[in-house]
Design a protein around this ligand. Structure first.
Ligand code: ADP
Length: 195
């Protein structure tokens, strides 16, 4: 069974929607195996958002593509400067108030949670997704204001990322092993068969 990391970022905590976000993961049948509120250290955020060439290029390209799709000129030329600014903003943002860290477990949990979270830009996230339903922030506004997108939540992008991210926020002992009713109802092949 896959495990994935979710962080409810400071905007999610301040907006008072921690419960609503967690409810969505419970409703879809995921099992919460770890959860805590934490005021991140700089080191935690640094590890979590590693400033790699790949990441800087990815954030730059995603935003540029969106501007161009809207017929707007993307006013930034250097992906390193652009990515570096976003990273610096993320460090300040994530350390501005406590965040809620969660590990959710289930069949294809990583892609399931990403689907529920939506796109990086809330304004492009479909209704029904967490970012689409609870925020409408845009690249244009966040870039104009020189701050990271306020998109409420982080979710691991793939299984490798989840495996790297979970130990940043949780020790092994904090990852609980317990039987949940969904282990039987959703996943036990023999659950409904007569003895
Ligand atoms: P995601 O959280 O959707 O996986 P990324 O890993 O690309 O997105 O970026 C990490 C976080 O950095 C985003 O959730 C968002 O808060 C912020 N961010 C990313 N790209 C931009 C951008 N172009 N402008 C402002 N903030 C951004």
């Amino acid at each position: 069974m896959e495990k994935t990391l979710v962080l409810i970022k400071p905007d999610g905590v301040q907006r008072g929607i921690i419960g609503k976000i967690i409810t969505r993961f419970e409703d879809v049948g995921l099992k919460i195996v770890a959860m805590k509120m934490v005021h991140p250290e700089q080191e935690d955020v640094d590890k979590h958002y590693a400033l790699t060439e790949e990441w800087m290029m990815a954030v730059y390209t995603k935003a540029k593509t969106k501007y161009e799709a809207e017929g707007k000129e993307f006013p930034f030329v250097d992906h390193k400067a652009y990515g570096g600014n976003i990273k610096a903003g993320l460090v300040d943002f994530l350390r501005s108030s406590p965040v809620v860290a969660i590990v959710a477990e289930g069949e294809m949990a990583v892609s399931l949670v990403r689907k529920m979270v939506g796109a990086t830009e809330p304004a492009s996230s479909p209704a029904g997704t967490i970012r689409g339903d609870f925020s409408h922030d845009t690249y244009a506004l966040s870039n104009e204001q020189g701050r990271p997108l306020r998109n409420l939540i982080h979710a691991s992008g793939n299984v490798q990322e989840a495996n790297n991210e979970i130990p940043i926020w949780f020790t092994d002992i904090e990852l609980h092993k317990y039987e949940h009713v969904n282990d039987r109802v959703q996943y036990d092949a023999k659950w409904f068969l007569p003895e």
